[in-house]
Design a protein around this ligand. Structure first.
Ligand code: KG4
Ligand code: ZN
Length: 338
């Protein structure tokens, strides 16, 4: 059987990534160039991010083709994420993808970045079948998305204010732990007691599948202000574990409850926060109790990368859902089919 190779680009935020993946979800290369240049500013500088994408994308493309041992003549389609994200960063990836598609006369497939996080699961478990429920948790998004088929879906729950990742990051900042906060709190929480301090859980009603983290964040702020540095140092693991539990517990409970209520057998976890160890193990244990499977990507594939863009493009490739060359990038938040 002929191998169909997809060359994919991801440049929505501060990581430039280029990958070669075939339509059976086999990854041949998945190169990521991250941008530590932003660290000194305590956040991402959009203009700097765009310029670094421009600097890196050409070199990364050659290197990705080389590592995959293919050349442009072997490529069957070009895939790229076009929203959500920083608009300047998205435009760099899209312009480069368009120019390659045009010059090589290849179909262009555009994907939503958040959807591609979900499809990263297929790179590890290529036999997953819809219907499934996806929990997408990242720095800017917390969404529960039900997929009837691989290209038809609806959002059945979302955060009404802050995202789960943002809550990890802001709390870590309050504790002077550095950025991004999620992995630091995850590491610190190992061996800590999650019931050390009971932070509030919002929207606990059984029929409510939305999330809210602003109250939790305020409670954390008040708590951290109420203790002194010495106490914080002494109980760092217990406090980190309590914060982590307050963030992940509603995610686990609501996701499994929705799946049970609608007889969904498969849950797919995705996004940067899918790397969280308590979320991965808690979701698996709770879902398995009810005969539901919980899938998550490898730790590397939880982060922004272009292989997941190719994975999200595969159902579109199979259905011939190609984009026109006048398509634009847009920064709007959310999981929207494009
Ligand atoms: O998906 P992503 O790489 O970028 C966005 O599109 O936002 O997600 C980044 C987020 C950050 O908020 C980071 O703190 C969080 O994912 N994160 C984690 C862990 N690793 C990354 N949160 C909790 N536990 C982790 N191990
Ligand atoms: Zn992302």
């Amino acid at each position: 059987m002929k191998t169909n190779y997809i060359l994919a680009f991801e440049s929505s935020c501060d990581d430039t990534s280029v990958a070669v993946v075939d339509t059976e979800y086999k990854v041949y290369s998945n190169l990521i160039s991250s941008q530590p240049n932003h660290l000194e500013f305590g956040g991402i500088l959009p203009e700097l991010a765009s310029r670094l994408h421009m600097k890196n994308i050409m070199y990364l493309t050659s290197a990705a083709l080389q590592e995959a041992k293919v050349d442009l003549d072997d490529i069957q389609a070009i895939a790229v994420s076009i929203n959500p994200g920083l608009i300047g960063s998205l435009i760099v990836g899209l312009s480069f993808a368009k120019s390659l598609a045009w010059s090589r006369n290849l179909p262009l497939i555009t994907v939503n970045h958040m959807l591609s996080h979900i499809f990263s699961n297929y790179l590890v478990h290529p036999n997953i079948k819809a219907p499934f429920l996806a929990l997408v948790v990242s720095g800017g998004h917390t969404e529960l998305v039900y997929f009837r088929t691989e290209t038809e879906f609806e959002i059945v729950g979302k955060t009404l204010d802050d995202a789960a990742g943002e809550t990890f990051d802001k709390t870590a900042k309050l504790m002077h732990l550095g950025f991004p906060g999620g992995p630091i709190i995850d590491r610190l929480a190992v061996g800590g007691d999650p019931s050390f301090f009971q932070f509030p859980r919002a929207l606990k009603q059984k029929d409510n599948f939305n999330f809210s983290y602003s109250g939790v964040k305020t409670a954390m702020l008040q708590y951290i202000r109420s203790i002194d540095d010495e106490y914080l140092q002494e109980h760092q693991a217990d406090i980190a574990a309590s914060i982590q539990a307050a963030i992940v517990e509603p995610l686990i409970k609501k996701t499994v409850r929705w799946a049970r209520l609608h007889n969904v057998e498969n849950i797919l976890l995705a996004g940067g926060v899918a790397a969280n160890s308590a979320l991965r193990s808690g979701l698996t244990t709770h879902a398995n109790k009810y005969g539901i499977n919980a899938y998550f990507p490898s730790l590397k594939l939880c982060m922004d990368n272009a292989a997941m863009v190719a994975a999200a493009a595969i159902p579109k490739f199979n259905q011939g859902l190609f984009a026109s060359l006048d398509v634009n990038a847009f920064s709007t938040k959310g999981t929207k089919l494009i």
